[in-house]
Each structure stands twice: as C-alpha cells, then as structure tokens.
Design a protein around this ligand. Structure first.
Ligand SMILES: [Zn+2]
Length: 217
C-alpha cells in the first residue's frame, strides 16, 4: 500500500492563520548535554493540517474527540479547482461541474492549488479561493461527511462569509479538514480515493492537528 501525504509541515514560525500567534517549536533538551532530544511546541490547535470540530464554531457542538474515528477514514472525491483565480467563489455550480452526483457518506476535498503557495504572502493569507455558504449548503444536502481544502480556511478570511460557511458545515456535523497540500498525482488517481485523517487525541478541543493521507493500492 502506498500513502500519499497531504500534510503541511509544522515548524518554528511556519506560516499559519495570520491572526493567530506565531508557531513556536523550540529545543527543550538536546544532545550531548541533556542526553535526550525534546522539543517544546506552542501553537493554536488549528495549525498545519488540522480538523475543525463543530465546537470550533457552534457553542453546543461536539469536540474533535467526540467523533467516532471511523468518520475520518473512508472514501473521498477530489474536486480539481486548480484553475482557481484569487478569491474564487466555490459555489454549488462550480462543484456540480467537478464532482459526481452521488456524494452521500463521502468526503470532498477542494483542490485549489493554494497549498503550494503556503507562505506569508498576501495571496496565501488573504486571497484564497473560498467555499460559499451556498456551496456549503449544497455539500451538506449531498450528505458529505467531511470537507477538506488546501488552505487554512475553507471559507476564506473575509467576514461574515467565512463564519457562515464554517457554521453551515459544522452545524450539520460535517468536519472540516484544512491546510492540506495536494501533490500533483492525487488528481489522476481513481475516485473515490481512500482518505485517512485521524486527529490527534485532544480532549474537548474545537479542532486538532492530523496527518492526512490517501491510501493507494
Ligand atoms: Zn480550523
């Protein structure tokens, strides 16, 4: 079995959500003085490739550890949106042209190409393609179990639209997988593909880092 890695790396001062504190990864103990290499990590739970739980946006929503693990392993369809211009609105019409009709029980990954632009540039931080509320409603009504995107925010960074897109998905118990990086070959593998994105076991949190992969063969 081959695993295609969809994750973005986390490291000291790695690019992250512009309003979040900077990522801190510092050596706590090291060779030869301490005899052990250990790092101290300080960053928001929504850093690098991560999952949003309903609690992230819905006050009464469940936390990331309350989902059955099975929901993070299963079929996924990848929408090839690499033709996206900055701030493209990903509507139901856009999705209809890129996805099969039957999405029930599957995850959908929005592949915009923005994962390859990850840096502190204006384009990456503020001009990403974004799923509209109407697009999110269409995905919910299609019965998807999760939605992923190769950017840190599925709804972009403009309010109130970003909040509304998150609320639409999370309010329907649909998890969100953000800050992916999609290698070229994921766009040519048979669909649905098999996505695994198990969250780190953070108790009661509104989200958690994960290591998203597609299993092939
Ligand atoms: Zn998030």
């Amino acid at each position: 079995m081959r695993l295609i890695d969809l994750s973005q790396p986390v490291y000291h001062e790695s690019p992250n959500y512009p309003t979040h504190p900077a990522v801190r990864c510092e050596v706590l103990t090291d060779h030869p003085t301490d005899g052990w290499r250990t790092e101290m990590l300080v960053f928001p739970s929504h850093t690098g490739s991560h999952l949003d739980a309903p609690l992230h946006k819905i006050p009464t929503g469940i936390s990331i550890d309350a989902f059955p693990l099975e929901t993070f392993a299963g079929p996924a369809f990848i929408a090839d949106l690499r033709d996206s211009e900055p701030v493209r609105k990903i509507t139901a019409e856009v999705l209809l042209a890129k996805l099969p009709r039957d999405l029930a029980g599957a995850a959908v990954i929005l592949g915009t190409g923005w994962g390859a632009k990850r840096s502190r540039s204006e384009e990456w931080q503020h001009l990403s393609p974004r799923l509209t509320v109407e697009g999110a409603e269409w995905l919910v009504s299609s019965g998807v179990r999760g939605v992923g995107i190769d950017h840190f925010s599925v709804g972009g960074t403009t309010e109130p639209e970003n909040s509304a897109t998150h609320s639409t998905l999370l309010g329907a118990h649909v998890w969100i997988l953000e800050d992916l990086r999609l290698p070229e070959d994921v766009f040519s593998i048979p669909q649905p593909c098999m996505l695994w994105c198990l969250p780190v076991h953070l108790k009661g949190h509104g989200g958690a880092p994960c290591r998203p992969v597609i299993a092939v063969g």
